[in-house]
Design a protein around this ligand. Sequence first.
Ligand code: ADP
Ligand code: MG
Length: 376
Amino acid sequence: MSTFEEVFGTTPDGAWRAPGRVNLIGEHTDYNDGLVLPIALPNQISVTASAREDGIVAVSSNGQDAVVEFALDSLRPGSVTDWATYPAGMAWILRESGYPIGGANLFVDSDLPTGAGLSSSAALLCATGVALLGLRGIEVDPAEVARLAQKAENQYVGAPVGLMDQMASMCCTAGHALYFDIRAMSTTQIPFDPEADGLTLLVIDVKAPHRHVDGEYAARRKSCENAAELLGVPALRSIAFEELDAALAKLPEDVDRRRVRHVVTEIRRVEDAVALMHAGRLRDVGPLFTASHASLRDDFEITVPELDVAVDTALSAGALGARMTGGGFGGCIIALVETSEADKTFTAIEKAFADNGFRAPTSLAATPSAGASKLH
Ligand code: ADP
Ligand code: MG
């Protein structure tokens, strides 16, 4: 593996980092103006950087071979492709938004799995953003960097993502989950430190092959929008938990009823989880994870056998709760386990996967970590 000095023939001015994330609960409620509760992971992307005065940005990643170069002045959506789309998109949106960034050498390093639903894309955008701003001493509010990273992913990369991933990467703090109310656009830090209570939050990458995720995502979104229209509300967030039965009675299609039931009950589960965390009752959050998984499996229908087997096996091995996390159809599960049981739980999942002929899963311990920062 090469170093910054070997790749660019100069010494760096500094290094910045931005973490990946998992959402604890509140799945598929973001585009319904709902509530989400992510934590930042200890796994992150770092960008070591030096300023250059020729208006060129040169990027190198430990995951890729060649150095990619682009001129800031000629950036427009589509002008840079492959993985460098992300750093180029961030540079583009910063310039479009009037921030006086300049050329740079950027050396990307990562211990965050890519394409596993842990948001390496948002971490790469955010780490690039704080590096390009930091090199020029420009101070920007973390939530604003998150909004810019979302715009870069929407408008430059072309991925219709929401704002949760970028907000988690920028705004999370160690020992807390980030309660993000999408309708109010407000955030609150909620105490969540499982290790202090003898607990571990395991993240297990189930390595499921890609299964037409984009089309299914669009279909779920459309169902929710149709149901909201039928119910005469701007978004499903407007249906209170107490009004759920009355709302369901107004919907003629069973599939719409199940989609709505997931969203409304999931929003309630976020509120319940936050109340339990405030009360320091972390073990009682487990059953909410498990109920969330059942809802995503039976009502929202976005799980796959790998996710269901991982959750069921974690629960049989004694987990306090487990659920799929992320968009569905693959990605990761989270399991809240007694720390003394963590190894046993993962071993049980490895065995169940081998028995089912699935790919070997991997795991990491998700200590709630801090959002993006300067490393040195
Ligand atoms: P996720 O965000 O769930 O990890 P995405 O498909 O949204 O998955 O983003 C993954 C993409 O982000 C990769 O295909 C690659 O283009 C880019 N990426 C992530 N990490 C790195 C890295 N360390 N080096 C280069 N590109 C990266
Ligand atoms: Mg992503």
